[in-house]
Design a binder for this molecule. Structure first.
Ligand code: SF4
Length: 250
């Protein structure tokens, strides 16, 4: 066999995963999707980042956005920032007023308590500024690794991978990682995802996960990746009104 053929076969073998599936080309997947989601609705935290570039607002909106639809988060954030444009003003509001302003975001009572405590912790431990590392951010009330990574990436443009439910789910559907939870996915992605995608992978996959690759019954029928996606563990939605030779109504 010619040397060049052997090299090609070895290259192909390297692309086969242990599970016997073809490994995806992550550059192709993320480049295609970045272009694709350009016309989708922008996730609310990115929108606030573009509009304000203010770490306090980005952190606060990220806390509000947990387990809450983007439209609800956006309205609550607008009401809250109307009365509390900075940590000093937030400190003056008090928990009950914060509750009134952010309702009906998910877990609004817990979030109001976290936000009421936030200015004091910032002043005591960080001289009133929003910290810039994941470890420091995790010391703030109501901030876990997901929120901290998102703030580091979006507010401070530092290398961080925010793995939320969409990133965790879609990376496993692609077989790019094989992990049981978002923390394990973050660890796996830190090892293998090229750093040029760290800042933007969350925005791309949140928009894609909300618009096409939905948690229940993804829209594989109209997905730009349908020919190449291994669809691991996926139950695609049934296309309604599919007639022989006809188009599906959407
Ligand atoms: S083909 Fe289906 S499962 Fe794969 S990325 Fe697209 S929507 Fe998701």
């Amino acid at each position: 066999m010619r040397v060049v053929e052997v090299r090609s076969i070895n290259k192909l073998k390297r692309k086969i995963t242990r599970a016997g599936r073809m490994a995806i080309d992550i550059d192709y997947f993320l480049t295609v999707l970045e272009k694709e989601v350009g016309h989708y609705r922008v996730p609310v935290v990115d929108l606030i980042a573009v509009q304000t570039n203010d770490p306090y607002r980005i952190l606060t909106a990220t806390i509000l956005s947990a387990r809450t639809r983007d439209e609800v988060t956006a309205k609550a954030a607008t009401r809250l920032f109307g009365e509390a444009p900075d940590p000093a003003a937030l400190a003056r509001l008090g928990r009950e007023r914060i509750e009134e302003l952010i309702r009906p975001v998910g877990f609004f009572r817990n979030k109001a308590a976290y936000l009421a405590d936030l200015p004091g912790v910032l002043k005591r431990d960080f001289s009133g500024r929003i910290p810039e590392t994941v470890e420091e951010l995790c010391r703030l009330p109501g901030v876990g690794r997901k929120t901290a990574n998102l703030v580091v990436a979006v507010a401070f443009k530092k290398p961080a991978i925010c793995v939320d439910t969409h990133v965790h789910r879609i990376m496993n559907i692609w077989g790019y990682v094989k992990t049981a939870n978002p923390t394990a996915t973050e660890t796996a992605l830190r090892r293998k995802l090229p750093q040029k995608y760290w800042l933007k992978v969350n925005s791309i996959l949140v928009a894609f996960g909300q618009g096409t690759c939905k948690p229940r019954y993804p829209h594989c029928d109209r997905c730009v990746l349908r020919e190449r996606c291994p669809k691991i563990g996926v139950m695609p939605r049934k296309v309604p009104n599919l007639k022989p030779g006809g188009n599906a109504s959407r």
